[in-house]
Design a protein around this ligand. Structure first.
Ligand code: FES
Length: 376
């Protein structure tokens, strides 16, 4: 083979993991597919010779210019890491959903977007088991389909019961795939639940809402399973309640605890930390016995923070509004550099080990262990 013939084909040794050593990298939209009447899957490819490396269940954060605003939104990856050359997000159009609707209306093949690399701790890889129960509702299916596709691609014989709830048959995301899974992969059992028929389309499967009785029937060996749940808050609360009634050990229950898109618009502004008016003028260090002083190097502001208080909460209390969204150590939006001092950080996958090694912290889940200065 001549050199000319191999032009454009990277040597395997040149292929790196996308986003491994940067905070934000470019992606090219490689495909758009309509999944239901209000859900689309968007495929992305790296710009260079790279592959995607992530845990099934993780999300990426898109940085987009929408109507003159620079916005960030996080979307769970619906494709599996076992297909590493393309990455998919599956997005539901929502009333008032600024970014999801923009994606539906504007993002086309060939468009470039910026994105932060995959983050998140909601993944079966952290909870290996022989039996799983996946419970999803609506677009909460995305992390669980990524986990299921991963197991299937790996030829795993792990036992999966996948219960997906939708409003009506027309709203079932990935319906043909869900229908086909059990015939191709006998260890995967899929149950679809609809609360009502679609116009002109009667639903013959499980009807109504997920109940204790239904769950007991669908998964009689529930207590042997590792349970992953993703969906709207009300759905997840119901599942918690049912599991409690069935005396399920919640140490084996994992849920994606919030919906990025539902969070307030201001929370995603990709700007430097902004003070809100003159509320909470600087508080002198040591103003309150038993508190530590947090200094923000860029703005020159300081504020007190109790040892049992998260730095972000203390900043809000002092009238500041650093960038943040989930407040649960998941999304990475509040990430900043710890310049001096020490913190106790209990995150949920919103920061990577190399970032921690580089001195970065998530202030929403960090309590000060003394006076602290941050690069904000
Ligand atoms: S606000 Fe999401 S990680 Fe801190």
């Amino acid at each position: 083979m001549t050199v000319t013939e191999t032009q454009g084909v990277p040597h395997p040794g040149e292929i790196t993991a996308w986003g491994d050593d940067v905070d934000v990298a470019e992606l090219v939209c490689g495909g758009v597919r309509e999944i239901t009447h209000d859900v689309k899957t968007f495929w992305f490819e790296p710009v260079g010779p790279q592959v995607f490396h992530f845990d099934p269940g993780q999300f990426i954060t898109l940085h987009l210019d929408v109507d003159g605003q620079r916005l960030q939104r996080s979307y769970t990856i619906s494709s599996p890491p076992t297909r590493p050359h393309r990455l998919a997000i599956t997005v539901k159009r929502k009333p008032g959903g600024l970014v999801s609707n923009w994606l539906h209306d504007h993002l086309s093949v060939g468009d470039r977007v910026s994105a932060a690399p995959p983050l998140g701790a909601f993944s079966m890889v952290h909870h290996p088991a022989r039996k799983y129960l996946f419970l999803s509702a609506g677009s909460g299916i995305t992390p669980l389909i990524s986990m299921t596709r991963t197991l299937v691609d790996l030829g795993s014989d792990v036992d999966v019961v996948f219960v997906h709830s939708a409003h009506s048959p027309a709203d079932i995301i990935f319906r043909p795939e869900l229908l086909g899974l059990p015939t191709q992969f006998p260890t995967v059992n899929v149950v679809q639940v609809c609360s009502q028929d679609s116009p002109g389309q009667e639903w013959w499967g499980w009807k109504g809402r997920l109940t204790r009785e239904a769950l007991r029937e669908i998964a009689p060996d529930l207590h042997d399973r590792e349970v992953f749940v993703c969906g709207p808050d009300g759905y997840m609360a119901t599942v918690r309640e049912i599991l409690g009634e069935l005396e399920f050990d919640l140490a084996h229950h994992h849920e994606e605890t919030f919906t990025f898109e539902a969070l307030p618009q201001a929370a995603f502004a990709d700007t430097d930390p902004v003070d809100v008016g003159s509320i909470g003028a600087d508080v002198p260090a040591g103003a309150d016995a038993g508190t530590f002083t947090i200094s923000m190097a860029k703005s020159g502001r300081t504020f007190p923070c109790a040892p049992d208080e998260f730095i972000l909460d203390a900043a809000f209390r002092a009238g500041m509004s650093p960038p943040s969204s989930c407040s649960q150590g998941m999304c990475g939006t509040c990430k900043t550099v710890l310049l001096t001092g020490e913190v106790d950080m209990q995150h949920n996958g919103g920061i990577r080990p190399r970032e921690i090694a580089a001195g970065k912290v998530l202030i929403c889940c960090s309590r000060p262990l003394g006076d602290v200065a941050i690069d904000a």
